[in-house]
Design a binder for this molecule. Structure first.
Ligand code: CAA
Length: 377
């Protein structure tokens, strides 16, 4: 870690211990998201980390951003993931938007006054994102959107929605990306999902019923939406990987601390080799995940293709989070399974990391396709 990253981590550690940690048990229980926490993160510069300063961002690299998201996730996966998805939305506008779109939509997002949401998935188009059915029909001055998006992180609390909708032929080539603002007539929110984890981060259906979106809110052009979404996910898979590393690290920290103080058979349980080996494996897998996340970020920051490594990072870091949090509950034993300790929450928060931003089966598809290309050329 460089000097700046050490400083970011230490600033976030202080903030999270004071502002996030005290609420997490309660907010997980009652499914509460606190906008003031998000805005405070924005005031410190953490809501638009990778966006240029011209648009109110911090102008940091993805490597810096990964360090920051990892630190937030040690205290709350829910807030870390809200920042991660909002960062992906901003990246889409920054990479593919016009100057007017950037100056109109980015400043409130980078400041943390508003949240961004990414609307790709539908009930019958999850892994097969190119099969989406939401339509955008051309009309005078814009498009009329109809359809329902599912499992949308920050649905209902976000103000800016990037929406993938069909303007043309079946499949990935007929998809276009739009910017839709909360409050647009015809945009509403369906049921809030009751989830196993990420309970302080709302997930909702986002519904479009004859929702008029002006032409000026189209991103790049008709038929480019699938590529916009895939390019965004190449970055989202780095940041979700970083979230997973933070969660795993916290689970290991709690496991080591607990096992050094818990005594059975006249020894701290840390002294039993069976547990030492578990914790050694946890530490090793976490460091391997962190290095992959940093490598995917480094490649992106230096303008090199990172698709395969981003999928490596997402796959490895999120499978590790599931394994490490499960083992952490095992190390704590009975109390690990209760809400007296946060380990059971960590285990619940880990599961969906293997599903979002492309399931870990989809990551293997992406990796295998790249391998085929590399070996065929
Ligand atoms: N960057 C740019 N373009 C890309 C690309 C990338 N990374 N990947 C693919 N493309 C392009 C291809 O080059 C191709 O273009 P051409 O036809 O011009 O060559 C086009 O996109 C179609 O590509 P594929 O043929 O590979 O598409 P596919 O239909 O076979 O799908 C897939 C591939 C990898 C399975 C893809 O559908 C996928 O990633 N699915 C998972 C979807 C996903 O990740 N959803 C997550 C939801 S968002 C979320 O979870 C966020 C949240 O709220 C937490």
């Amino acid at each position: 870690m460089n000097e700046l990253q050490v400083e970011l981590k230490s600033q976030l550690e202080k903030f999270c211990l004071a502002k996030i940690e005290p609420h997490m048990e309660h907010d997980d229980e009652v499914e509460e998201f606190r906008m003031d926490i998000f805005t405070d993160l924005g005031n410190l510069g953490f809501c638009g980390m990778t966006i240029p300063e011209t648009y109110g961002g911090a102008g940091l690299s993805y490597q810096d951003c990964a360090v920051a998201l990892e630190e937030i996730a040690k205290y709350s996966v829910s807030y870390s993931v809200t920042v991660s998805v909002s960062t992906m939305v901003q990246a889409i506008i920054n990479d593919f938007g016009t100057e007017k779109q950037k100056t109109t939509f980015l400043p409130a997002l980078t400041a943390g006054q508003e949240i961004g949401a990414f609307c790709l998935s539908e009930s019958s188009a999850g892994s097969d994102a190119g099969a989406l059915k939401t339509t955008a029909k051309k009309t005078e001055g814009g498009y009329i959107l109809n359809g329902t998006k599912m499992w949308i992180t920050s649905g209902g609390i976000a103000k800016t929605y990037i929406v993938m909708a069909r303007t043309g032929e079946a499949g990935s080539k007929g998809i276009t990306a739009f910017i839709v603002r909360d409050g647009t007539p015809g945009l509403s929110f369906g049921k809030k999902e009751k989830k196993m984890g990420w309970r302080a981060s709302p997930t909702r259906e986002v519904i479009f019923e004859n929702c008029f979106v002006p032409e000026e809110n189209i991103l790049i052009g008709e038929g480019q939406g699938f590529k916009v979404a895939m390019a965004a996910l190449d970055k989202g898979r780095i940041t979700i990987g970083a979230v997973a590393v933070g969660l795993s690290q916290r689970a290991l920290d709690e496991s080591v601390k607990y096992s050094l103080t818990r005594h059975q058979f006249n020894h701290a349980i840390f002294e039993f080799q069976g547990l030492q080996f578990m914790m050694a494996d946890m530490a090793c897998e976490i460091e391997a995940s962190r290095l992959l996340v940093q490598e995917a970020a480094r490649l992106y920051d230096s303008g090199k293709p990172n698709q395969k490594i981003a999928s490596f990072a997402k796959l490895k870091a999120t499978d590790t989070a599931m394994k490490v949090t499960t083992d952490a509950v095992q190390i704590l034993g009975g109390v690990g399974y209760t809400r007296e300790y946060p380990l059971e929450r960590f285990m619940r928060d880990a599961k969906v990391l293997q599903i979002v931003e492309g399931t870990n089966q989809v990551q293997r598809v992406v990796i295998a396709r790249q391998l085929k290309k590399e070996y065929q050329t």
